[in-house]
Design a binder for this molecule. Structure first.
Ligand SMILES: [Zn+2]
Length: 442
């Protein structure tokens, strides 16, 4: 099946970004076969099905480098007891109860809903970090099924932690990693780890052994709060990154999430081990945990990507949050204009490539056909030189009209085609009160 997405403003991104007015992207099967002027593409591919993208901008689908689908049912819930006054209390009173309260049906709904939100926001690839100690074994299969049903791409892992039971979740990761193997470009697997402060040396050793044997990276929260750093200093006599590196967790395929409370020597170690970092500005502000040393990480050529940490599935608003946060935090209106888009548009594709073995984030002949087609009438000239200005101040508030992943149209004219959004949300509203009740009893 060949499709011409035509008459739009095509922004190719990639190392040689081109802005093509009256552009067309031709897809065949799962890949892009040609990109160019609409009239020319009409001549070359007259038989292709035409999708009119007039009044729209055509971009590569976005990538979210850190998500928590399982957090969905906490939306709107009143947290029992006194308000949490710090990060550890937020975990203890909220997230470490949400994960334990989830049943099989909750897990499926909890990922179907953010997957729909991903489609709505043009996010076509997600790296998720899952926890459900009450329904652990087989949980990654439930998520895989939901991802395949929606048609998106996802890298999945289960969060190993000693907080409920020693080494809880190791087998679930190992089983799933072996099942996925090298992956098919749609589903990938990682070794999921909660964070240094809930993981013993013994558990880390087992996890790293499996990750090394199977050739996957580790996906772990690092120094999100000062408590993680202090725990590591107190118990192991070294800061978090040094401890994790000593245990073998770092490496080119591994993802260190947050990295807020780290020092210069830890940044040097992240750079030396080619470990990637994922920044989640909205979550950091929401939890009031601090500001990541983003500019210092980038100065060392560390691949820093962008995630939402479960806050949303909207990567453009997350990009703008990074832009605003680091201008304010550095008291410098000269920074973050290039850096914030770089996380999303350049670094997330690099991170995804290490997971999926394919190059995403670019509209080019031979690239995977993942597209975000957004309603946008530029009020000023739009070209290669000023694209980022349109991205940060215009596209961030524009609406995605059509989303394509693996060559399949998942949303067209804002209608989700692969799932019944209304029915799924209704079922979630039915089950949420029971989940909240189980949680209150924990
Ligand atoms: Zn997280």
């Amino acid at each position: 099946m060949t499709t011409r997405f035509e008459n739009g403003i095509v922004v190719t991104l990639g190392s040689n970004n081109k802005v093509l007015w009256n552009g067309a992207v031709v897809t065949e099967g799962e890949n892009i076969v040609a990109v160019g002027d609409t009239a020319e593409m009409n001549k070359r591919f007259p038989e292709a099905e035409a999708i009119n993208c007039a009044g729209k901008i055509v971009l590569p689908g976005f990538i979210c480098a850190h998500h928590h689908f399982y957090s969905t049912m906490a939306r709107g819930m009143a947290i029992p007891g006194e308000p949490a006054s710090n990060f550890v209390e937020i975990l203890e009173r909220l997230w470490w109860k949400v994960d334990r309260a989830l049943t099989e049906d909750d897990i499926t709904l909890s990922c179907q809903i953010p997957l729909i939100e991903c489609i709505r926001n043009g996010t076509t690839t997600v790296i998720d970090h899952h926890a459900s100690p009450g329904m652990r074994d087989g949980s990654l299969d439930l998520i895989e099924n939901a991802v395949r049903q929606t048609g998106l791409r996802a890298s999945l892992c289960y969060e190993v932690s000693d907080r409920n039971v020693m080494g809880g979740g190791i087998e679930e990761n190992e089983r799933f990693i072996k099942k996925i193997g090298k992956g098919d470009g749609q589903i990938a697997a990682m070794m999921g780890l909660h964070a240094s402060f809930t993981l013993s040396d013994e558990t880390l050793e087992k996890c790293v052994g499996i990750a090394k044997d199977t050739g996957v990276g580790c996906h772990v929260h690092v120094a999100e709060d000062l408590a993680d750093r202090e725990d590591s200093l107190q118990k192991y006599g070294m800061p978090t990154v040094h401890r994790l590196d000593k245990m073998g967790v770092s490496g080119e395929k591994s993802l260190f999430i947050h990295c807020i409370h780290i020092d210069e020597s830890e940044m040097d170690l992240i750079a030396a081990t080619k470990t990637s970092v994922v920044h989640n500005p909205e979550s950091n502000m929401n939890n009031a945990v601090g500001v990541s040393p983003l500019l210092g990480l980038l100065k060392r050529n560390i691949v820093v990507g962008l995630g939402t940490d479960g806050m949303s599935s909207d990567m453009l608003s997350q990009m703008r949050a990074a832009y605003l946060l680091h201008r304010l935090a550095n008291h410098d209106p000269r920074v973050a204009f290039l850096e914030a888009p770089k996380l999303l548009l350049e670094n997330n594709p690099q991170i995804a490539e290490r997971q999926f073995g394919i190059r995403l984030g670019e509209i080019a002949e031979g690239s995977p056909a993942d597209l975000a087609i957004i309603d946008y009438h530029p009020p000023t000239a739009l070209n290669e030189a000023n694209f980022l200005g349109h991205l940060i101040f215009g596209l961030v508030d524009a609406t995605v009209d059509t989303t394509v992943c693996k060559g399949k149209i998942l949303m067209r004219s804002k209608k989700i085609l692969t799932l019944d959004e209304e029915q799924i949300a209704a079922r979630s509203r039915e089950l949420a009160p029971q989940m909240w009740q189980r949680l209150a009893a924990l």
